[in-house]
Design a protein around this ligand. Structure first.
Ligand code: GLN
Length: 198
């Protein structure tokens, strides 16, 4: 069987780290900046970065509607940090009107942007992750947390009492950045989800 072709939305953010992590896990990983590239992938990673900037660029690159359509049609996706914010149905503190982060509604959840504080309040810690034998070393950088989840959403990890990793069907989101730690379990889980094995 050929490896799944997984795109990384490459408008802004830590694209290279996700591409490298996905390749280590056996995926055919490619950057996605254009409509034709989006049409060509089996699944998409939305990286960490700045959700308001990525939202603005999704509009500028005419990717907003096509991406919404693919997600609505069931394309598997994984969002870390800014990517988690974008996958939500509702965003609290989304930013100033006209430049706010846009919810793509792939996971039935309300996310609070910058919930863990400003850049100086970024922190790391080991957290239990549902299905993993060993804890995950989670790096939070001006991270969101989840304030509400719908009944179809599984909470996979928590920090400070809030969900920070969630899954709904084939869509996964984490407040933290596994792409920066060298721990490939999250990317492996996503590749297995895309391949229909997890
Ligand atoms: N605070 C950023 C945002 O609102 C997310 C930070 C990150 O992705 N590391 O998008």
């Amino acid at each position: 069987m050929s490896p799944p072709r997984i795109g990384v939305l490459a408008l802004q953010g830590d694209v290279r780290e996700h591409l490298a992590a996905l390749r280590v896990c056996g995926a055919d990983a490619v950057p996605v900046r254009r409509r034709a590239e989006l049409d060509d992938v089996d699944a998409l990673v939305l990286p960490g970065g700045e959700s308001t900037t990525i939202s603005h660029l999704l509009r500028e690159f005419d990717l907003l509607a096509p991406l919404r359509d693919r997600l609505a049609a069931g394309m598997p996706a994984y969002g870390s940090c800014a990517g988690m914010i974008l996958l939500a149905t509702e965003i609290v503190d989304a930013g100033v009107p006209g430049r706010a982060a846009i919810p793509l509604s792939a996971i039935d959840m309300t996310v609070r942007r910058n919930a863990f504080g400003r850049q100086v309040d970024s922190f790391e810690g080991d957290i239990a992750f549902d299905g993993f034998a060993e804890p995950v070393h989670a790096v939070f950088i001006r991270a969101p947390w989840v304030e509400r989840v719908g009944s179809d959403v599984q909470v996979l990890a928590r920090a400070a009492g809030h969900p920070v990793a969630v899954r709904q069907g084939k869509v996964l989101a984490t407040s933290f950045h596994p792409e920066v730690t060298g721990d490939r379990r999250l990317h492996r889980l996503f590749v297995e989800m895309v391949a229909g094995r997890a």
